[in-house]
Design a protein around this ligand. Structure first.
Ligand SMILES: *Cc1c(COP(=O)(O)O)cnc(C)c1O
Length: 392
């Protein structure tokens, strides 16, 4: 692995060649079906990454006013920005209105009333897609399932009619279509097929065409293979399943909001071994990165592949843990690593998504920096000169 050395650990290391390959594959596959992709900024808002993504012509999917600001700042055109979230504040709604974004993904009848009211105050018509909760089981971790009745997201089917009527009645709402997002890290095509069937059904049952829709947004959620970090998501397979199962009028533009699948495999978290602590059953590897740099294992019991990029010793079993004062600060249990010693570097793979963007300051931790390889270059967000001087 091509890794800058002598740089303060832990740090995020992004391979831009992998990013470019992923983005090109996603665009080519979506293009085959005339689909539009918005990048979900919450997966990773590192400006080096988002600049590249906006340059490819992707839209942006935002879940806060700050993400809307950042997306515009990174060059995503306002007319390709969508804004979701169950708790948009009045200021965030006003801000998005003033910037003429493509649409709000509205999550409740109550929010719709407020958007209409604020739009009237601003004397600006709000473009709105209704986020519908379709009651589809996403077959993923319960904390990243979003399309079930028990989840806080989206408009329940029992209130969709009311929401549609409100769109029709308010002169300050421009109804654009329907939006869905059933969850994240979905590895089977079956939930997406079921989503398509639900969408077809809802489209018919609620006579959506009578409200003059122009778009359908199916959200994100396409998973990545965390046990094979070198394997990129199969975008062609994903979009072809959608195309096969979706039955809505052909003039409706179909949009997606992909986060993880676009960026997860281009990043690693590089951490140094501080101690190997002998236990009764097995030894602990205590790394200098923890849940503050990669929260997913503590939050979702996620498993990332870990490589010792220093040692070539005989394999032994370890628990790899972080330094944070929480028992959930564990990266992996009982994994085989080459004989590991203090000072070795570990690469925690598939950390391009929901790692740096979820960084915490808990325990008053310092901020981990990011570095970039690929594109025939290496550079960092900070300590750039140091990175260039020390890379082999
Ligand atoms: C997080 C999120 C996404 C992206 O999900 P991924 O699983 O990263 O593709 C898309 N849409 C909405 C509304 C989201 O909240």
């Amino acid at each position: 692995m091509h890794t800058p050395s002598g740089i303060k650990t832990p740090y995020y290391l992004y391979n831009l060649d992998v990013l470019h390959r992923t983005l090109q594959a996603a665009l080519a596959a979506a293009g085959n079906y005339g689909y539009h992709i918005h990048y979900a900024l919450k997966a990773n808002h590192n400006p080096v990454i988002t600049d590249i993504i906006s340059n490819y012509g992707f839209g942006a999917d935002c879940v806060s006013g700050n993400e809307v600001t950042e997306a515009l700042h990174r060059g995503f055109p306002a007319q390709k920005v969508v804004f979701a979230g169950v708790g948009k504040s009045d200021e965030e709604i006003q801000h998005a209105l003033e910037n003429d974004i493509l649409c709000f993904n509205c999550e409740s009848v109550e929010e719709l009333q407020i958007i209409s009211q604020i739009a009237e105050e601003c004397q600006k018509v709000a473009a709105v897609a209704l986020r519908v909760n379709p009651h589809v089981q996403a077959q993923t971790h319960k904390y990243i399932t979003t399309g079930l009745e028990e989840n806080k997201f989206g408009i329940q089917l029992s209130r969709l009619q009311e929401a549609l009527e409100l769109c029709r009645q308010s002169q300050w709402i421009d109804f654009k279509g329907l939006h869905f997002h059933i969850g994240s890290q979905i590895m089977s095509m079956q939930p997406f097929e079921e989503l398509c069937r639900k969408v077809n059904h809802i489209w018919q049952k609620f006579r959506i065409d009578e409200y003059n829709p122009v778009m359908l947004n199916l959200g994100g959620g396409l998973g990545v293979d965390y046990s094979n970090p070198d394997v990129l998501p199969d975008f062609e397979n994903f979009f072809s399943h959608i195309a096969k199962n979706l039955a809505i009028p052909s003039h409706i533009k179909v949009h997606f909001e992909l986060g993880r699948s676009l960026v997860a495999q281009c990043g690693s978290l590089i951490t140094k071994v501080l101690y190997t602590k002998e236990g009764n059953q097995k030894d602990f590897v205590i790394a200098d990165a923890g849940m503050t740099e990669l929260m997913r294992p503590a939050l979702y019991q996620a498993v990332h592949k870990i490589e010792n990029i220093t040692s070539e010793g005989a394999p032994a079993l370890y628990d790899v843990v972080g330094p944070i004062c929480e028992s959930s600060d564990v990266f992996a249990k009982n994994i085989a690593l080459p004989l590991t010693r203090r000072g070795d570097l570990l690469a925690v793979k598939s950390c391009g998504a929901y790692a740096e963007s979820m960084m915490l300051r808990y325990n008053m931790r310092g901020r981990a920096h990011s570095y970039f390889v690929g594109d025939g270059q290496i550079s960092g967000n900070s300590c750039r000169e140091e990175a260039e001087a020390t890379v082999q």
